[in-house]
Design a protein around this ligand. Structure first.
Ligand code: ATP
Ligand code: MG
Length: 561
C-alpha cells in the first residue's frame, strides 16, 4: 500500500497538499483524525469513475491514518435497490478497501434531518413555499434581477404548521416545498432560497411509506457529514457551486461539527460513458448482457473482463488528483492491465482459428512432452507440460499457400519454429472441394528439439500451436470498445447512436492446451501471440470453457507520450 501512495504523490494530489497545510497550521482537523466518507447513491453499480472517488476517499483516510465511512446516499426514494447495495460492497472489497464497522444509510437520518429543518424554521431561516417547482424555477430571476419568493415572510408558526402537515401527507406532490431563507439576490443561484424539502409520495426502499417528504441533496449531505463527524467531504467538481450552500447548512443547523467540502475533477474515459443513468439504460434495454458485461466500465464488468484490483488502482494513481477536468485514454487503462498481467498471468498456448497441421514424418501414436515456462517475467515461475504429437492445430492465418512479400510463416517450402517444440518445414496442404485449406502438411527436423537449430540456420517465423489429441475446445470472446465515438458521454450526443455494433465477437471451436481443461475464474493467461485472456466467471464450465480477451498484446499507449 505504501508504494501505491508514493505513486499517487508522484502524480500529484492537491487534496493531500491541502490537508498537509491544515495539519501544519495545527488544527484545521479540529484535533480529529482525518475522517472521510464514500457516499454512493445505490441506484446502479459502481464504475471506474467511482474508483477515482474511492481512491480519494479511502486513500486519503489511509494516508493520514484516519477513517473512511461507507454511506449509502439513499435520500432519493426513486430507483434504489438492495441489489445495488450488495454489489457496491462487493466491489469496494474487491478493490481492497474496507469501511470496518462504519456502514451507514443516509435515510437513517431522516428523522434528525426533519428535526433540524424545524429548527431552521424556528430560527426564521426556512419557510414553506407554495410555488410549484416550475414556479420556483420561473421566479429565480437572473443576474440583474433577484428571485421573487412570495411566501418568504410568512409567520414562523404558519411554516411550522404547514411543514408538519406536509410530512403528514396532507398535500399532493409539488404543492409545497420547504425553502432555506438565504439570499434572493445572490450571484450564486444555489443560494437564492433553495428548496430543501419536497413532497414525493413514493415509498422508500428502507423506510417504506414512513415519509412523503424528502430532503434535497444540498441540505441532506452536509448533515450526513456532520452526524458522522466527517472532517473532509471530498466530492466531484459539479458540487463546487454548491459549496456555499453546504457551508450555510453546516453553519446554521443545530449540530456541532465542521466538515469541509473539497472538490476534485471527475474522471472521464474516451470511448466510454460513465453515468449510472446511461449504464442502466444499456442494461435495461439489453444493449449489453448485464451490469457485469465485460464491455461495461463497471467494476463488475472490468472484473469479469479480467481486470485486477492492482491494475485499476495503478491506473487511478497514474492519473493523479487535480481540479482540471480530465478525460483519460482507455489505452492507459489497458496499459495498466497489460503491465500487471505480464507479470502475473501464466503463459499458455491456444489457437483461435484452428486448422490441422500434420507432421508427416512424426510417428503415428507417438507423443512427447515439452516443459514450458509458466511465466518468463517471473523468476522461478516453474514449468508445465505441453504435449506434442503428429497432429496439431495452428492458426489459419499462419499459413499462406502463396505467401505475400515479407510473410515468414507457413508456406510450401518454408521453415518455421513451433514455439518451444521443433522447427518444421511446410510441404503443402489439403483442400476441400471449395478450395478451402483443411489441413497443412509439414515435416519436422528431429535435431531441433526445443526449437533450436544446432547448425545455426536462421528460422524467421515462430508460431504457436496446440496438440490436436489433447487440446480442449473453448469459446473465446473478443471485445472492442462499446462505442465508436471517442466522446459518447458528451451532453450533445445520443450515446445509444454511438454504440459499436462489433464490440463483441464470439469464436467457438477454439483449441486450448490440455493444461487449461480445469481452468476456473478468476484465472488469467497470456495466450502466446494473442493477448491476455481470463476464464469467464459467469458462463465457463469444466465441459464448456469460455474465455474473455482482457486485452490484446499490442500496446497502443506509450507512457510519457
Ligand atoms: P453517476 O452520474 O454515475 O450516477 P453520481 O455522482 O451520481 O454518478 P454517486 O453514486 O452519487 O454517483 O457517486 C458517489 C461518489 O462518486 C460521489 O462522491 C461522486 O462525486 C463520485 N463520482 C461519481 N462519478 C465520478 C467520476 N466519473 N469521477 C470521479 N468521481 C465520481
Ligand atoms: Mg449522484
Amino acid at each position: 500500500m505504501a508504494e501505491e501512495i508514493k505513486a499517487a504523490e508522484a502524480a500529484g494530489n492537491f487534496i493531500h497538499e491541502i490537508i498537509d497545510e491544515e495539519l501544519a497550521e495545527g488544527g484545521r482537523c479540529y484535533g480529529q483524525t482525518v475522517h472521510t466518507r464514500f457516499p454512493p447513491e445505490p441506484n446502479g453499480y459502481l464504475h471506474i469513475g467511482h474508483v477515482k472517488a474511492m481512491c480519494i476517499d479511502f486513500g486519503t483516510a489511509e494516508k493520514y491514518n484516519g477513517m473512511c465511512n461507507l454511506r449509502m446516499d439513499d435520500t432519493n426514494p426513486a430507483k434504489e435497490d438492495d441489489e445495488y447495495v450488495r454489489a457496491i460492497k462487493e466491489d469496494i472489497h474487491w478493490l481492497g478497501f474496507d469501511w470496518g464497522d462504519r456502514f451507514f444509510y443516509a435515510s437513517d437520518y431522516f428523522e434528525k434531518m426533519y428535526e433540524l429543518a424545524v429548527g431552521l424554521i424556528k430560527k426564521g431561516l426556512a419557510y414553506v413555499c407554495e410555488l410549484t417547482p416550475e414556479e420556483v424555477q420561473a421566479n429565480r430571476g437572473d443576474l440583474t434581477h433577484p428571485a421573487v419568493s412570495p411566501y418568504r415572510d410568512r409567520p414562523v408558526e404558519e411554516s411550522l404548521d404547514l411543514f408538519a402537515r406536509m410530512r403528514a401527507g396532507e398535500f399532493e406532490d409539488g404543492a409545497m416545498t420547504l425553502r432555506a431563507k438565504i439570499d434572493l439576490e445572490s450571484g450564486n443561484f444555489n443560494m437564492r432560497d433553495p428548496v430543501i424539502y419536497r413532497i414525493n409520495h413514493k415509498p422508500h426502499h428502507r423506510q417504506g411509506d414512513k415519509w412523503c417528504i424528502y430532503p434535497m441533496y444540498d441540505y441532506a449531505h452536509p448533515i450526513e457529514d456532520m452526524l458522522e463527524n466527517i472532517t473532509h467531504s471530498l466530492c466531484s467538481l459539479e458540487f463546487e457551486n454548491h459549496r456555499p450552500l453546504y457551508n450555510w447548512v453546516r453553519d446554521n443547523v443545530d449540530l456541532d461539527a465542521n466538515p469541509r467540502q473539497i472538490e476534485f475533477a471527475r474522471l472521464g474515459i474516451n470511448y466510454t460513458v460513465l453515468s449510472k443513468r446511461k449504464l442502466r439504460k444499456l442494461v435495461e434495454d439489453g444493449y449489453v448482457s448485464g451490469w457485469d458485461d465485460p464491455r461495461m466500465p463497471t467494476l463488475s464488468g472490468l472484473r469479469r473482463r479480467g481486470y485486477t484490483p492492482a491494475s485499476v488502482r495503478n491506473f487511478i494513481d497514474r492519473i493523479g488528483v487535480a481540479k482540471v477536468p480530465n478525460t483519460v485514454e482507455v489505452a492507459l487503462l489497458e496499459y495498466c492491465l497489460r503491465e500487471d498481467l505480464n507479470l502475473n498471468a501464466r503463459r499458455a498456448l491456444a489457437v483461435l482459428h484452428p486448422v490441422k497441421l500434420t507432421i508427416t514424418n512424426y510417428d503415428e501414436g507417438k507423443s512427447e512432452i515439452f516443459e514450458t515456462e509458466n511465466n518468463p517475467a517471473q523468476e522461478n515461475s516453474g514449468t508445465h507440460p505441453v504435449p506434442f504429437s503428429r497432429n496439431l492445430y495452428v492458426e489459419a492465418d499462419d499459413f499462406m499457400e502463396e505467401p505475400v512479400k515479407g510473410y515468414f510463416r507457413l508456406f510450401p517450402g518454408n521453415e518455421v519454429r513451433l514455439k518451444s517444440a521443433y522447427v518444421v518445414r511446410c510441404t503443402g496442404c489439403v483442400k476441400d472441394e471449395n478450395g478451402n485449406v483443411t489441413e497443412i502438411l509439414a515435416t519436422y527436423d528431429p535435431e531441433t528439439r526445443g526449437g533450436n537449430t544446432p547448425d545455426g540456420r536462421k528460422v524467421k517465423g515462430t508460431i504457436h500451436w496446440v496438440d490436436a489429441n489433447t487440446a480442449v475446445d473453448a469459446t473465446v470472446r473478443l471485445y472492442s470498445n462499446l462505442f465508436t465515438d471517442p466522446d459518447p458521454d458528451a451532453a450533445d450526443k445520443d450515446f445509444l447512436s454511438c454504440l459499436n455494433p462489433d464490440s463483441l465477437e464470439e469464436l467457438t471451436g477454439c483449441k486450448v492446451e490440455a493444461a487449461l481443461a480445469d481452468a476456473t475464474a478468476p484465472m488469467s493467461y497470456q495466450f502466446m501471440r494473442l493477448g491476455y485472456f481470463c476464464v469467464d466467471s459467469r458462463d465457463s464450465r469444466p465441459d464448456h470453457l469460455v474465455f474473455n480477451r482482457s486485452v490484446s498484446l499490442k500496446d497502443g499507449f506509450k507512457p510519457g507520450k
